[in-house]
Structures are given as structure tokens and as C-alpha cells.
Design a protein around this ligand. Sequence first.
Ligand SMILES: [Zn+2]
Length: 235
Amino acid sequence: MTKITPRKEALARGLKRYFSGNPCPHGHVAERWINGECVECVRERSREYYAANRAKLQERSREWAKKYRERERKRYAANREKNRERVRKWRAENPEKYRKLKERERKRRGENSEKYRERERKRYAANREKNREWVRKWRAENPEKYRNLKEKERKRRGENLEKYREMERKRYAANREKIRERSREYYADNRAKHQERSRKWRAANLEQARASSRKSSSKYLRNLREDRRNEIIPY
Ligand SMILES: [Zn+2]
């Protein structure tokens, strides 16, 4: 049971609530707010209000969260370089904390990997052109970093070749039609460009082009002979 604390005493001590021990008009023997309202009554009222206005309140809180995020984004964008610098500094000074943070993030991602991936996919799709443009720009401005990144990726791939292949197989199988469609589209869109490039290359590298064409045609004939001998093809 709560200890009796008269309103006067609560006021003198700067407390927000007091407890007289007397029941409220609804029969709650509960603490009162300094203005005399029964804490339990207020709680019930707000519960009821929330239940009756659930949709409206949720909408409002969503809107509020959106505005908040928007504001944070703007603030971050306005101080982008400064923020980055601060983050870099913090990282350098707290490698252990940073590692733990990363670890936690990885774990959370692992536990919600589908959710995360879906969100990333949506975000990427919504900003596809912008993202690509950004990547292109970054690459052009940081050729050295890009090379290092590629190198690292190649190394990681080399070390986990089977895993990567399996992943690619799965991805391809899951998106087979989409990938084919995209590559068809890409080829159709860039056909003239590729043909032009290949014409130019042939003109500039005639000997090499002839040799390569001889090689591929002899490879083709070799394969053909092989397949006939093995009766893979019937003629
Ligand atoms: Zn009450």
C-alpha cells in the first residue's frame, strides 16, 4: 500500500502526486495528481480515449515520425561533411564500441534478414536512377577506392567461391525470368552501340580479330565433331 502523503506535503517536497488514502468518486483508492485528479481514473480515461481513437492516433504518430525523420534527414544533409567527420573520429577513437555496434547490427539483420532485404530492395527500387547516378559519380571521383573495393570483393569471392556460386545460382533461379528479360532489354537497347564498338575494335585489331574468330570457329567445329562422335547430335 502506498504511504499516506498529504497534498500539502507533496507540494512542499515538489512531488507530482500525493496520496490521501481516500477513495475517488469511482472507488479507486489510488494516488492523485497534484491537481486532485485520480491517477487511476486518468489512466482509464486515456486508455478509453486511445481505444476509441486508435486509427486517428496511429495516423498522427506515423505522421509525426515521418516529419521527424524528414527533419533529421535535412539536418544531416545540411551538416553532412561535419557529421561524417564526427563519425569517422568516433570510430577511430572507439574501435571496440564500433565493433560491438556493428556486431549487434549484423545480428539484428540476421534475425530479420528478410525484412531488411525487402526494405533495402524497396528503397533501392524507389531511388534506382538516383542511386546509379550516385554510384557512377562516386566511382569516377574515387577510382583508387573503387579498385580496392573490387579487389577486396574479388578476394572474398575467391576465398568463398562455392558459397558465392551457390548464392548466385539461387539468385538466378529465383529471378530467372526477370534476369533474362532484363538482359534481353539491355541488349535491345544497346545493340547498335555494341555492334559499333565491336566493328571499331575489329577494324583497329584486324589480326587479333581474325585469329580470335579462327580460334572460336575451330573451337566450334571441334565441339561439333566431338558431339557427333558422342552421338549427342544425330548428324
Ligand atoms: Zn478514480
